[in-house]
Design a protein around this ligand. Structure first.
Ligand SMILES: *[C@@H]1O[C@H](CO)[C@@H](O)[C@H](O)[C@H]1NC(C)=O
Ligand SMILES: *[C@@H]1O[C@H](CO)[C@@H](O)[C@H](O)[C@H]1NC(C)=O
Ligand SMILES: *[C@@H]1O[C@H](CO)[C@@H](O)[C@H](O)[C@H]1NC(C)=O
Ligand SMILES: *[C@@H]1O[C@H](CO)[C@@H](O)[C@H](O)[C@H]1NC(C)=O
Ligand SMILES: *[C@@H]1O[C@H](CO)[C@@H](O)[C@H](O)[C@H]1NC(C)=O
Ligand SMILES: *[C@@H]1O[C@H](CO)[C@@H](O)[C@H](O)[C@H]1NC(C)=O
Length: 523
């Protein structure tokens, strides 16, 4: 899920731009640094975070900060003998911070490069609570890759479990660095963790696995359940677009399947996707193009022209091709090549590496295979279990398939035994079926219902892409629905922070500040 990428990932695709790497930090320390390459010293690709990747380049106000900071991170948290390190990027924003008494809000970055702290609703929350805002880039993505060659072997340390440990180490490291900055000794701030999509799942899992390190979590559109055959995804797309639009999309799928049989080259050309030799890759592009409209709160951009074309007897495949080219590949900024398995096999770190990286997480840990349901599917039935397993094998090699059961055993899926976690879902979001189903006092869950409420509406407003500064919700078809859930969120943060203050995450010894090293050795 961030999330950002094509909808195959919970988050859509990041925008890439070249940037000069500033005073390149020494990539890796430790005895074994010679085993790492020095790719970071040269120019590398950085990315915009996805929901933002639309029409206009992001203005200055889209980010609270883009000033990079670095910490030295352990490559393998689970090995007793491997002490290699890599450089991990993070950001801090202290304008709202009430020194020493204010909490620290950790906004987790997910499955894409993290070029800064985005100015969404968390900045309103930070202002309200006098919080410091910090963000850590997810290992491997953006500039936080330990390797410049993304071979399957080198990807073995890419997992949510390692990422959670990164967050724990970062949390200790940052507390110390903030204490040092303000000359505060023996302060343990109250932390609260935030995330949307895959990073929403990380947010819930962080509270689950490291409850002593955060007072609570917001898990927005959090995909905490690893799903193998994720047929509910397509069903939700059908439900979100509505019966009329759904039947036009189904007609288009049938027509395209026919045309692939008679003249595949011509129909691929029509979509500007002649490069895609594999019909499954092509059909996936077409499926995702519809998904993105409901996932990010722009259902009418998709459905109005289609329903209109149907009424007026226009060519449906051509109408859809126009939408795919102008919106999905155009304004939204996805690209055809990221559907090309040939391209996904490329192991060089570079533009769009995020697609390969997320597929690795999909193919090993979480699946979320967006297979066509047996009946009434919007997408082509050629997008099935076999397509996904073949893709995993083709791009990563023999023996790579997702250990979905292990993931759900490790975290608990929708039955995770957490406390003080708020779950939120957007009613139109196809990902919501991988989120938590029920609400309880300790893990309240809210659904935000409106026509354009998709992925992360609580933090992003509507649509969810492009960015609404401070998550402005005025363009949600029901702004009250969003504001109501926001009030609930504020109430939970307020309560849990106050409970945390009185009992404390380290209530036994509130004055002891663990160092990252002592943390690691005590765990
Ligand atoms: C930091 O705090 C210590 C102990 O309270 C004090 O001695 C020192 O002068 C302070 N340093 C700065 C730069 O404020
Ligand atoms: C996934 O779906 C396929 C096709 O319906 C089926 O053969 C397979 O058993 C399913 N796998 C799981 C783990 O449910
Ligand atoms: C692989 O990706 C790198 C970095 O984006 C690019 O320079 C290279 O041309 C690609 N190789 C192939 C075979 O496409
Ligand atoms: C298949 O879907 C259609 C349309 O939603 C529905 O009317 C029909 O009952 C479904 N058939 C089965 C076997 O579920
Ligand atoms: C979150 O989404 C799931 C899946 O649609 C739904 O079952 C659940 O009811 C939602 N949560 C709440 C509290 O509505
Ligand atoms: C809401 O929509 C109106 C009309 O399209 C637009 O002018 C305005 O900028 C939008 N507001 C936000 C916060 O995006």
């Amino acid at each position: 899920m961030c999330p950002y990428k094509t909808p195959r990932r919970p988050e859509a695709k990041p925008q890439f731009f070249r940037t000069q790497f500033p005073n390149a930090p020494s990539l890796l320390r430790g005895r074994r640094m010679r085993f790492f390459s020095l790719f970071l010293v040269s120019l590398i690709w950085a990315t915009e975070s996805v929901p933002l990747r639309l029409q206009q380049p992001l203005g200055g106000s889209s980010y609270l900060t883009r000033e990079e900071h670095w910490l030295s991170q352990t490559l393998d948290h689970f090995s007793p003998t491997d002490h290699r390190q890599f450089k991990q990027r993070y950001y801090e924003y202290l304008d709202y911070y009430q020194v020493s008494s204010g909490p620290i809000f950790l906004k987790i970055c997910g499955e894409s490069a993290c070029p800064g702290i985005v100015n969404d609703y968390t900045s309103v929350l930070a202002k309200k609570f006098g919080a410091a805002l910090v963000s850590l880039e997810h290992r491997y993505y953006g500039k936080s890759s330990p390797f410049d060659s993304l071979t399957t072997e080198n990807l073995q340390y890419l997992s949510s479990k390692q990422a959670l440990f990164d967050l724990a180490v970062f949390r200790q490291y940052y507390q110390e660095s903030l204490n040092a900055k303000y000359n505060l000794s023996n302060i343990q701030s109250r932390w609260f963790v935030f995330g949307v999509s895959y990073s929403g799942a990380l947010s819930a899992w962080f509270r689950l696995k490291f409850p002593h390190l955060t007072c609570g979590s917001l898990a927005s559109s959090a995909v905490v359940l690893a799903v193998y055959n994720f047929t509910d995804f397509d069903k939700q797309v059908g439900a979100s677009v509505g019966a009329e639009c759904k039947s036009v999309l189904q007609e288009i799928t049938a027509l395209v399947e026919e045309q692939l049989q008679s003249d595949g080259g011509a129909v691929k050309n029509l979509f500007g996707a002649a490069k895609l030799k594999n019909d499954g890759d092509f059909l996936y592009l077409l499926a995702d193009a519809a998904v993105i409209a409901v996932q990010y709160g722009n259902p009418d951009v998709l459905c109005s022209p289609l329903v209109d074309a149907k009424k007026n007897g226009k060519d449906l495949v051509e109408t859809y091709a126009d939408y795919v080219k102008s919106y999905y590949l155009g304004r939204f900024g996805s690209s055809v090549q990221t559907y090309d398995q040939q391209y996904l096999k490329n192991t060089s770190l570079g533009e769009n590496s995020g697609d390969r990286l997320w597929w690795f997480q999909v193919c090993t840990e979480v699946a979320y295979f967006q297979v066509a349901p047996k009946n009434d599917s919007v997408r082509s039935s050629m997008i099935d279990e076999r397509y996904h397993l073949d893709l995993c094998k083709n791009i990563f090699g023999e023996g790579i398939y997702p250990a979905v059961d292990m993931t759900n055993i490790y975290y608990g899926g929708t039955r995770l035994a957490g406390t003080r976690i708020v779950f939120t879902n957007g009613s139109q979001d196809p990902w919501r079926h991988a989120s938590r189903q029920t609400s309880s006092a300790d893990m309240p869950s809210y659904i935000i219902k409106c026509h354009n409420c998709g992925h992360g509406s609580d933090l992003r407003g509507c649509p969810q892409s492009p960015l609404n500064i401070e998550g402005n919700a005025e363009n949600c078809t029901s702004p009250e629905a969003v504001e109501k859930v926001r009030k609930q969120i504020v109430g939970h943060i307020d309560l849990w922070l106050s409970e945390c203050q009185s009992t404390g995450p380290d209530d036994d010894e509130p004055s002891s500040v663990l160092t990252a090293n002592s943390l690691v050795s005590t765990l």
